[in-house]
Design a protein around this ligand. Structure first.
Ligand code: CDP
Ligand code: CDP
Length: 228
């Protein structure tokens, strides 16, 4: 079989990155790494410690001891921080509202980026986030920049929300748009399409179509190399 490669998937919230990354990883028998879950886990931890996103010195004091684990679980990936399972908690609106603020802190990013690079050393990784193709894995063999209209992305998120924590559709659109803005405008590794990334607008695409496109890009990469 083909030599393993790394696949980087970036884009704004609700574009379909994690669903697609999981599907592609399954089809290729690769490992899926959700870097957003790491920023979310860190956010949950700081909130629990009562440390706000503006208290940069306090955040940086904790960062060296921050232990975040991603474990393949029965129902998808399990996220553990400081020994505690926070898989559900990190998807809360409280974390949604703050994660992009903590994600601006350079010292936190440096630490998470180094953990992420370690996970990709052995190749065969599908990693999704905001800065994977630009910063974390600039040498990834296949890079995707995935997006969709903000309304479509909010619709997707709305559909997957549980009844009890539903917010209005308008609120969801504005919270997603605000997070996109913070992620695109931050100074340290903002959300950007890498120059060598394939742009995929998934507004009108099904999950299968998107996954097929990426798997075929990966297969082509392998065969082009083979004939060189
Ligand atoms: O799943 P969703 O697209 O809503 O977000 P996520 O991928 O879980 O990421 C949550 C937040 O973490 C993003 O809005 C970014 O602020 C931050 N993040 C980042 O800065 N860099 C990454 N590589 C991944 C996430
Ligand atoms: O990771 P990211 O925030 O980019 O998006 P996601 O959590 O993978 O996708 C958000 C929701 O949109 C999921 O429920 C997907 O099943 C759905 N989706 C879809 O219906 N059609 C697509 N082409 C992509 C995602």
């Amino acid at each position: 079989s083909q030599a393993k490669i790394n696949i980087a998937i970036d884009g704004p919230a609700g574009a379909g990155k994690s669903t697609i990354a999981r599907m592609v990883a399954g089809r290729l028998s690769y490992v899926y790494v959700d870097t957003g879950a790491m920023y979310r886990a860190a956010t949950w931890y700081f909130l629990q410690q009562g440390i706000g996103p503006d208290e940069v010195d306090k955040v940086l004091q904790i960062v060296p001891d921050l232990v975040i684990e991603l474990l393949p679980g029965e129902h998808g990936q399990q996220v553990i921080v400081g020994g505690q399972d926070v898989t559900e908690e990190i998807r809360s609106m409280a974390v949604n509202a703050k994660v992009s603020r903590y994600a601006q802190i350079e010292g936190l990013r440096t630490r998470l980026v180094s953990l992420q690079r370690q996970m990709a050393l052995r190749k065969g990784v599908v990693m999704d986030g905001r800065d994977i193709g630009t910063t974390v894995l600039p040498d990834a063999e296949v890079k995707i920049y995935m997006t969709a209209s903000v309304e479509e992305r909010a619709r997707r998120r709305y559909r997957e929300m549980k009844e009890q924590d539903r917010v209005s559709f308008e609120e969801l659109v504005s919270s997603i748009a605000e997070r996109d803005r913070l992620d695109q405008e931050r100074e340290v590794s903002p959300l950007r399409q890498a120059p060598d990334a394939t742009y995929l607008d998934t507004t009108e695409m099904s999950l299968e179509e998107v996954a097929d496109r990426i798997v075929s890009l990966c297969r082509n990469y392998g065969s082009e190399r083979g004939t060189r």
